[in-house]
Ligand binder design. Structure first.
Ligand SMILES: NC(=O)c1ccc[n+]([C@@H]2O[C@H](COP(=O)([O-])OP(=O)(O)OC[C@H]3O[C@@H](n4cnc5c(N)ncnc54)[C@H](OP(=O)(O)O)[C@@H]3O)[C@@H](O)[C@H]2O)c1
Length: 245
């Protein structure tokens, strides 16, 4: 038996309108989940609703707003919660960042992961639920052109591990996992950084082998949900697939 069932489950995906989030929402919908997708701009969400049909509900909202996290968790009680929304940092060396640009991913990515994780533990979500957060391969190696991004993504990995520990201590049965995708040119955010690092170093940026794609992230998320074992709480994702950390 799979650890978690996707068919018939309610899944909530933040940042569902583009890039990885769109790939995740599509994969979960194709596997039979009722998917609630959150992003600030309604236009691309409504297009996805046209594509996926009645299995997709579009919610236009700021995922970093604590009221939004509490209200949507109460309204939908998702068995699958994917915290994917993230800001695009300015691609500049450190001395060209201001504190505001440096801390952008703390204000959006980390703040959103914090509010939703807290609400998931306090609700609490049903035993057997799963919360997946999007960290980054940058959390392992740094990302010198994106200010506080790598540190923010490392904080999300730790926050997720802390939540997994609290879930275990309180016997909540909620699984918390973080996913660390490698940089890829396949999304707006990743494409900007592959171009910036390629220009800086004078050689093509990005690792060898196939690139991570939104479809690959969708498949990885479905594998994390249906796969066995709550014993790993973080996975690196390359074009070759998932690797436990
Ligand atoms: N692409 C990569 O190479 C890569 C590698 C490792 C990790 N990641 C992480 O993976 C996640 C997705 O990245 P991506 O490349 O798919 O980014 P993307 O193409 O820029 O998409 C970001 C998504 O997040 C939404 N979003 C941003 N701020 C939001 C907010 N405050 N509230 C609600 N939604 C918000 C955007 O919609 P709106 O703007 O309409 O709100 C959009 O749907 C991010 O957390 C990113 O840091 C990406």
């Amino acid at each position: 038996m799979p650890e978690h069932q996707i068919a018939g489950a309610t899944a909530l995906v933040t940042g569902a309108s583009r890039g990885f989030g769109r790939g995740i929402a599509t994969a979960l919908s194709q596997q039979g989940a009722q998917v609630v997708g959150v992003a600030r701009d309604r236009g691309p969400l409504d297009e996805l609703r046209t594509e996926l049909g009645g299995s997709f509900t579009a919610v236009g909202a700021d995922a970093a707003d604590p009221d939004v996290a509490g209200k949507l968790i109460d309204a939908y009680r998702p068995a699958i919660l994917v915290l994917n929304a993230g800001a695009t940092p300015l691609p500049r060396p450190i001395q060209h960042h201001t504190w505001q640009t440096f801390s952008r991913n703390w204000e959006v990515d980390v703040q959103h992961a914090f509010h939703w994780t807290r609400e998931a533990l306090l609700a609490p979500l049903e035993p057997g639920s799963i919360v997946i957060t999007l960290s980054s391969g940058a959390a392992l190696r740094g990302s010198p052109l994106s200010g506080g991004y790598a540190g923010a993504k490392a904080a999300i990995r730790w926050l997720t591990a802390y939540a997994a520990e609290e879930s275990g201590r309180e016997g909540l049965g909620i699984r918390f996992v973080s996913l660390l995708p490698q940089l890829t040119p396949a999304t707006a955010l990743g494409g900007m950084y592959v171009a910036a690092y390629t220009a800086r170093q004078g050689t093509p940026a990005g690792g060898p082998g196939p690139a991570v794609t939104p479809e690959g992230v969708g498949q990885a998320v479905t594998e994390l949900i249906t796969g066995p074992g709550p014993d790993q709480d973080a996975y690196l994702l390359t074009g070759a697939g998932l690797r436990p950390l």
